[in-house]
Design a protein around this ligand. Structure first.
Ligand code: SAH
Length: 277
């Protein structure tokens, strides 16, 4: 896989991607990462890339010409172009799987107030990493690239990416290592029983239970939903119709079960697991 990043701060790459799992994936040549300084395509003597916003208002906007020229130069025949944008499709594990199957990704990282709207027609997908506003698209791009790199064949043991949170539409089951007893809390007996079938059953139950308690929204998705695009409850977080093509290995979802006594992680209740263990 080839990944190109268009940014005003190329020195931010590979940054954290140089270490650990993504670092190994890049080091082994499983993927190559190139960052390009948008100023290379800037206008005039000052290589200007931004300007005031028409209609008035605070902040600067990236002009379309440098971004378009950068895309013309790096997208090639097979580049899948992604604009980092808080109004884009919410990034999910299913989308990470989809991106991991593509040969060439091009990520555009705006700064300031974002990019001239006419650029949106030139991209294949807009991605948001969550409902908050960061200062630029670089951190979101690093998040997306990290999630993708670890899914590439050879990056890590396939068994570990196959069992992680979200892959089957569930959070991961609880895990333990030594010591067998820590501050009075013992490791669940089944895990040291040596009974592999019982361990598998326990993990499945725990994954379901934890998902039910923390993220009932994951179970509420109708079976077969990819997790890409509009979320249940009528909220449409900037999903782009043009880019919601079928996603590979979307993962099975729960049975649409309703959860009434759910304690939600995101409801301000504090860690939902505080009563466990
Ligand atoms: N005025 C814009 C925000 C600009 S923030 C708005 O209200 O939508 C500057 C840039 O940071 C954005 O163009 C985008 O590239 C990036 N960015 C900020 N928050 C992001 C998020 N949650 N997900 C993806 N990109 C984000």
């Amino acid at each position: 896989m080839r990944i190109d990043v268009i940014t005003l701060f190329p020195a931010l790459f590979p940054g954290p991607l140089a270490e650990s799992i993504p670092g190994r994936a890049l080091g082994r040549g499983i993927a190559e990462l190139h960052s390009h300084d948008l100023r290379r395509w800037g206008l005039g003597r000052h290589r200007s890339v931004d300007d005031y916003t028409y209609g008035g208002g605070a902040g600067m906007v990236l002009r379309p010409e440098p971004v378009a020229a950068a895309l013309d130069a790096v997208r090639g025949d097979d580049g899948f172009v992604i604009l980092m944008d808080p109004g884009g499709e919410r990034f999910t594990q299913a989308r990470a799987q989809d991106l991991a199957g593509r040969p060439h990704l091009v990520l555009v990282c705006p700064r300031y107030e974002g990019v001239d709207d006419r650029i949106r027609g030139m991209v294949d997908l807009e991605l948001s990493i969550g409902d908050y506003v960061l200062s630029g698209g670089e951190l979101p791009a690093l998040v997306v690239i990290d999630a993708v790199l670890r899914l590439l064949p050879g990056a890590i043991d396939a068994a570990s990416t196959g069992e992680e949170s979200f892959v089957e539409g569930l959070l991961e089951y609880p895990q333990y290592t030594r010591p067998p007893v820590f501050r009075g809390q013992a490791v669940p007996e089944v895990l040291v029983s040596g009974d592999h079938a019982a361990v598998a059953r326990w993990r499945r139950e725990q994954a379901l239970e934890r998902t039910r308690r923390r993220r009932p929204d994951l179970l509420d998705l109708p079976a077969g939903t990819s997790g890409v695009g509009p979320t249940p409850g009528g909220r449409v977080p900037g999903a782009m119709p043009a880019s919601t093509e079928p996603v590979r290995r979307a993962g099975r979802r729960g049975r649409g079960r309703r959860v009434d006594d759910a304690e939600r992680w995101d409801a301000g209740n504090g860690p939902p697991d505080r009563s466990a263990g």
